[in-house]
Design a protein around this ligand. Structure first.
Ligand code: KG4
Ligand code: ZN
Length: 331
């Protein structure tokens, strides 16, 4: 089965082609970073218009690059939510229209499910169900027990800001340009761990929920107390250490609680090098396996949507008769 995936939930237009036997054939991506940067964040209206402008040229490029004809497609998957509603409607309208014209099925995919399954894209290091998933993106921080496709038990989630959102907001406080997460991580590389220490929120009591919004306030206080530019890298480092350590503590706790032996980490923040180093060394010392998507598939992309959609279509799922786009949609 050959499936085209369309991702348009936020500020990346991503298309991917996944074949159930041959794996990922290719993917194309356009980031809207340059479009939103002057505004300091994503402007929904601009995002929708840009998805509309980019999707068909990116589809042409993907078909050329993989030597695929539209008539070879067996199904189309699009991100149906959660995300910016106008942006989601672009992917769902194009995906559903194309599927109608080609006489093939369409399916709406949950964006976080697509992230969650993305480490399974690599057949060489594919984890087996069941496993624990840590999903860390700009909109979500979730610890999920994954027993199979669609069999998800939420063990913990953020009660306020998502991990990526905390990175982005803290980066803004530090005067870093949008998108803040990668910029903060780069600045933290030059910082020292032993200068400042920030709390590890919600780790003192039992439980698997997260809270990252308080860290922002702590960072603001640190910046006010140490306004000189030479302290910024150390403050960034203290923030990154606190987030990474908190995520690590909760992953260890969830693995112990569930008895699961494999951890899958996905979503934009899974690109963070410091997080990967910490999880890799915990995996080596505690004896669990850890899986990540390839670095270029950590942030939003169409490959993960094509893959999740292929699994859903193979399971017999089809898009509902309405547009199926949902700004809010629990996993
Ligand atoms: O998964 P994603 O592309 O979009 C959502 O579904 O939200 O995640 C984007 C988030 C942003 O908050 C971004 O700052 C963060 O992932 N991010 C990072 C890194 N790369 C992306 N955060 C920390 N370190 C990174 N290297
Ligand atoms: Zn995402």
């Amino acid at each position: 089965m050959l499936v085209l995936g369309l991702e348009t939930s936020c500020d990346e237009t991503g298309l991917g082609l996944y074949h159930s036997d041959r794996g990922l054939l290719g993917h194309t991506l356009h980031s809207q970073v340059g479009l939103h940067a002057p505004h300091g964040g994503v402007v929904p209206e601009l995002a929708s218009r840009d998805h509309l402008r980019r999707t068909v040229p990116l589809l042409r490029e993907l078909l050329d690059q993989t030597g695929t004809g539209l008539s070879q497609l067996d199904g189309i998957a699009y991100t149906a939510g959660p995300g910016l509603i106008g942006a989601l409607l672009v992917g769902s309208s194009i995906g559903r229209s194309l599927a109608f014209a080609l006489g093939i099925p369409a399916v709406g995919v949950h964006h976080m499910e697509a992230h969650l399954l993305s480490p399974l894209l690599d057949p060489a290091s594919r984890p087996h169900f069941p496993f624990l998933a840590l999903l860390v993106s700009g909109g979500h921080t979730l610890l999920v027990q994954v027993d199979g496709l669609g069999q998800y038990t939420i063990l913990g989630e953020s009660v306020d800001d998502a991990a990526g959102e905390a990175f982005d907001k803290t980066a803004k406080l530090l005067g870093l340009p949008y998108p803040g997460g990668p910029a903060l991580a780069a600045l933290a590389q030059d910082g020292r761990s032993d200068r400042f220490t920030l709390p590890r929120p919600m780790t003192a009591k039992p439980g698997l929920d997260f809270s990252f919004s308080g860290l922002k306030t702590q960072v603001r206080l640190l910046i006010e107390a140490h306004p000189q530019p030479q302290h910024r890298a150390d403050i960034a480092r203290a923030f990154e250490d606190a987030v990474v350590d908190t995520l690590l503590i909760k992953c260890r706790r969830a693995l112990a609680q569930t008895g699961l032996g494999a951890l899958v980490v996905a979503g934009g923040v899974s690109a963070n090098r410091h997080l990967r180093t910490a999880l890799d060394s915990a995996a080596a010392s505690d004896g669990f396996a850890v899986h990540y998507p390839p670095p270029e598939l950590c942030t939003d992309n169409g490959a993960m949507v094509a893959f999740a959609g292929c699994l859903r279509l193979q399971a017999g799922e089809r898009a509902p008769s309405d547009c199926g786009a949902r700004a809010r949609w629990p996993l």
